[in-house]
Design a protein around this ligand. Structure first.
Ligand code: F6R
Length: 604
């Protein structure tokens, strides 16, 4: 969704701002803009469309040593040049870029209009620009603070003012803001992806914090003016982690990254001696772990589906009742929060609004939440009382692939860890460790089947709809397979438990509707075979994903190597990622930035 970049230093800010905006393109946006100050004058340029359109039309006079820039994802008002950020006050001194939503913007707009202010845009953000511009405060920090006391809602924002041309004032409430520390220059961004080319030293702003950046440094304080002390973090990702690495698309690169992403998730966490997993972020004693009566996993979209894989793993290995629920629904049903339940919040970005809100709801009612998160230092990671980083590396393509897989692996580690303080035997622990260690190599083997998957994808690209079915551990694989196909190829896809087919969906089976059957060689293989028979009997094409060909039943089988039965779902999903990717290629889709979708959904 929206992205912020800012620079103050001695160089021209514009190349830094444009490059930063390009790095944020993956988050999804519909328009972009920049504002710089030179010789005491604010210069602004905005455009609907891509960052490329913005830079191609950028007048030469838009240059200067301090500036802010933005990619916008429309919330208040349609995508357009005027609605794109930065937004200005009437005098044209103040420019504001803002991520988040101001909830009382309509009321404030009405008040300002009653005082004679004319608005240029439909946005909530413009309210802030006018409030700051009209403030009688002498200091920009004070004017921003005064305005922020009047607004409700969420924000990550950056403000420049031509009357204070040496500083950027930034603030955070519910939407990330990161300071980048350079040599006699400072950066700000909503996502470290925009900073890695310039610096590895970052400082994360907390909710309720305000900061002032000048070329020589920064100061931070809370809204009530209490100064805060910040820790500088060293980023472990460099600029190459955000490149396509020779592939045509980030999605393809991230699918190929999975052997190393999973190796990253496992690194240093397997303990052969005690046949368990070490997870430094779970600071629960064996006694506390034994006291847990239930596990509830909360996440959205693919993170939720990985949570279903996780719940299966925890239930089977730790013998604890476990289930996953969409975080986006959770708080609206006024859930009973049980002190003996361990809540796990799953998120690649660590910024998904609904998941964060679910965490806060659990905590408000006294529950304990741990995070299973990819982005270090993200809002969800910080809101939780510890947890497990999945260490998959940066995921840039909007559709999740390696984060999904690494999250499932992280759940296997959690299940092993809890299982071994409960009833999982050392022999089973050892067996699972062996299986986990084989995963990177087996993931690499699946990549070698790509040409075959690409042929099968041709058929799916021609279909207007597809079914994905699976049983128990295969069901979340089917859900995620359908999710990938619809997201990147726009082919309609639905997932069902295979057992549910005859309770309704079978009515839709025709020769035009292909079905993917997730059919590992497990205790349910005969049940899956009979589902295939039912589909074939009605003329439906069948593609199986499993460990052996289903001659006479499946038109094609996407084969994966066999691991331990509990870990097989982790591998079964990989051909379905390749299938979605190749179907999207055939259909000429925008693989990395599917329409209407954003990488991290920071609004409700
Ligand atoms: C699907 C996808 C989304 C995300 C969901 C949660 O490919 O990427 O469904 O999984 O928006 O995002 P995170 O994991 O960042 O909380």
């Amino acid at each position: 969704m929206c992205g912020i970049v800012g620079y103050v230093g001695r160089e021209n800010a514009v190349p830094v701002l444009l490059e930063g905006l390009q790095r944020l393109e993956y988050r999804g946006y519909d328009s972009a803009g920049v504002a710089v100050i030179k010789n005491g004058a604010l210069r602004v340029h905005k455009a609907e469309g891509r960052v490329r359109d913005l830079s191609e039309g950028l007048p030469k006079r838009v240059a200067g040593p301090i500036g802010i820039a933005h990619t916008r994802w429309a919330t208040h008002g349609p995508p357009s040049d005027v609605n794109s950020h930065p937004h200005l006050d009437t005098a044209g001194n103040v420019a504001v870029v803002h991520n988040g939503i101001l909830e009382n913007a309509d009321a404030l707009r009405a008040e300002l209009e009653a005082e004679g202010v004319e608005f240029a845009s439909d946005t909530d953000t413009e309210v802030l620009a006018h409030l700051i511009g009209r403030s009688e405060q002498q200091e920009l920090e004070e004017a921003v603070r005064e305005a922020l006391y009047k607004v409700g809602g969420t924000y990550g924002l950056a403000v420049v003012d031509a009357r204070h041309p040496d500083r950027i004032v930034i603030a955070r409430n519910g939407s990330p803001v990161v300071i980048g520390i350079g040599a006699r220059e400072m950066y700000v961004a909503s996502d470290v992806a925009a900073l890695v080319r310039h610096t590895q030293q970052v400082v994360l702003l907390d909710d309720g914090e305000l900061a002032t950046l000048t070329a020589d440094g920064f100061t931070t304080q809370m809204m009530d003016r209490r100064p805060t002390t910040k820790e500088t973090l060293e980023l472990d990702a460099d600029v190459s982690s955000y490149d396509k690495g020779g592939y045509d698309h980030y999605l393809r690169k991230e699918i190929a990254d999975q052997p190393s992403a999973v190796a990253g998730t496992l690194r240093g966490r397997l303990d052969q001696r005690f046949s368990t997993a070490h997870l430094g972020g779970i600071e629960l004693s064996a006694r506390e772990l034994r006291g847990i009566r239930r596990v509830k996993i909360l996440g959205c979209g693919s993170a939720y589906y990985s949570g279903i894989v996780g719940a299966d793993l925890i239930e089977s290995l730790a013998r604890l009742p476990a289930d996953a629920e969409p975080a986006s629904e959770f708080r609206y049903r006024n859930p009973v929060i049980d002190p003996d339940t361990l809540y796990l919040a799953v998120s690649q970005s660590g910024e998904t609004f609904d998941t964060l809100a679910a965490v806060q709801e659990v905590q408000r009612k006294g529950g304990r939440v741990l995070g299973v998160v990819n982005v270090v230092g993200s809002s969800i990671a910080r809101a939780c009382e510890g947890g497990v980083y999945i260490h998959a590396g940066p995921e840039v393509s909007v559709a999740s692939t390696k984060a999904f897989t690494s999250t499932a692996v992280a759940f296997a580690l959690i299940a092993l860890h809890i299982g071994r303080v409960r009833d999982l035997s050392p022999a089973d622990g050892e067996r699972l460790i062996g299986g986990l260690e084989r995963l990177p190599e087996q993931l690499a083997q699946i990549m070698e089947t790509e040409d075959h998957v690409a042929q099968v994808a041709q058929r799916f690209s021609a279909a207007s709809s597809a079914f994905f079915i699976g049983r128990v551990g295969g069901y979340p694989v089917a859900l995620e397979g359908a999710q990938k196909l619809k997201e990147v190829s726009y082919v309609h896809a639905e997932a069902y438990p295979a057992s549910e087919l005859k309770h309704g969906p079978l009515a839709l089976i025709t020769p035009e509707l292909p079905t993917i059957v997730v059919a590992p060689d497990d205790h349910l293989v005969d049940k899956n075979r009979s589902a295939m028979e039912q589909i074939k009997a009605r003329g439906g094409p069948v593609v199986a994903v499993g460990h052996r060909a289903f001659a006479g039943l499946a038109d094609d089988t996407l084969l994966v190597p066999k691991n331990e039965p509990e870990l097989d779902p982790i591998l079964l999903g990989i051909p379905l990622q390749l299938l979605a990717y190749h179907a999207a290629l055939v259909l000429g889709r925008d693989v990395d930035q599917p329409r209407n979708l954003a990488k991290s959904v920071t609004v409700e």
